[in-house]
Design a protein around this ligand. Structure first.
Ligand SMILES: Cc1cc2nc3c(=O)[nH]c(=O)nc-3n(C[C@H](O)[C@H](O)[C@H](O)COP(=O)(O)OP(=O)(O)OC[C@H]3O[C@@H](n4cnc5c(N)ncnc54)[C@H](O)[C@@H]3O)c2cc1C
Length: 278
């Protein structure tokens, strides 16, 4: 991204007529996309550097809207966090997403902030989107439509890749989903830690288990576990120690407050997985 001006009034905002034109403009000018601009304005104001050009997505109605498909939901990139928090049909199938959206900022921020912007910011929704097996629909820099799991999108973020929508499978019957956010907030402080989990039990058997973490200093990611790799029926102490070992294996060594994050993350996930374990 080219950051070239120190006077914000010099930034030239480009208004494409379609998602494909947005990509073409972003590539031609090496310009960032602006959705709600709630995250971008934080970083631009902080550094007092603004891009010479930016591509506004707000006029692209094709990026708006939540659709129920046969076995999934398709959520437009520009879906606001307020819509995610308040859409009762969506909440019926995916309460986790509504809960995660409500945890972001204050009401005004949720009116402006968008789903794709939260991915671009690596915000609070990430762990929940990861445990829900989210697919990203996007347009690459050559104008080709693409689809890939969010995990892959995060591994190799595409320059000027434009997210157009997310597709999220409806969790199977018997699924239990939970999320928790750990933050100190006198003003806006990015969260220390976000954790989310999805367990799917059928006929007393754990069929599927997904755990994910994210946070200010943490690359959002799924934990490398399978339904049978954690001692869920054992004591709380044993489960906690297995979760600590898993977190220890994925958090970078230089990560700030690493020991605290491992200990808090293991406790929060332990509470989500086996609230009744002693
Ligand atoms: C006071 C305040 C409090 C906040 N609190 C929280 C909080 O508690 N939790 C939290 O997670 N966030 C918080 N935020 C950050 C922000 O509001 C959210 O993360 C929001 O979801 C960002 O969405 P946006 O549309 O405003 O993104 P933008 O600021 O427009 O964009 C963010 C990034 O995403 C990229 N992007 C946007 N749309 C697309 C797209 N379609 N395809 C590809 N890239 C795209 C942009 O280029 C940019 O890099 C807060 C912000 C403020 C100002």
């Amino acid at each position: 991204m080219t950051i070239a001006v120190t006077d914000r009034t010099q930034t030239h905002i480009l208004f494409p007529q379609s998602a494909f034109e947005a990509v073409a403009l972003a590539v031609r000018h090496q310009a960032p996309y602006i959705a709600g601009a709630t995250a971008l304005q934080l970083s631009w104001n902080k550094t007092a550097n603004w891009p010479t050009q930016a591509v506004a997505l707000s006029g692209l109605s094709e990026l708006i809207g939540c659709k129920r498909l046969a076995s999934s939901w398709q959520l437009g990139a520009l879906t606001s966090l307020a819509e995610l928090a308040n859409n009762s049909a969506l909440a019926e199938y995916m309460p986790l997403l509504s809960q995660a959206a409500v945890s972001v900022g204050a009401a005004g921020v949720r009116q402006l902030g968008t789903l794709a912007g939260n991915i671009g910011f690596a915000g609070d929704l990430m762990p929940s989107l990861l445990v829900l097996d989210t697919q990203v629909l996007w347009i690459d820099q050559h104008g080709r439509s693409q689809q890939q799991p969010l995990t892959q999108w995060l591994e190799a973020p595409q320059p000027q890749g434009l997210i157009t929508a997310l597709q999220i499978p409806v969790p199977l019957a018997g699924s239990i989903t939970r999320m928790e956010k750990l933050a100190s907030r006198s003003a806006f402080n990015p969260p220390l830690l976000n954790v989310a989990s999805l367990q799917c039990w059928q006929e007393g058997q754990l069929q599927k288990l997904r755990l994910a973490i994210g946070g200010n200093a943490i690359q959002p990611s799924l934990l490398p576990i399978s339904p049978h790799s954690l001692p869920l029926q054992d004591s709380r102490r044993v489960l906690n120690s297995a979760l600590r070992a898993t977190l220890d294996s994925i958090l970078p060594l230089g990560c700030a407050q690493r020991d605290y994050l491992i200990s808090a993350g293991a406790k929060l996930l332990c509470d989500q997985l086996s609230p009744n374990l002693s």
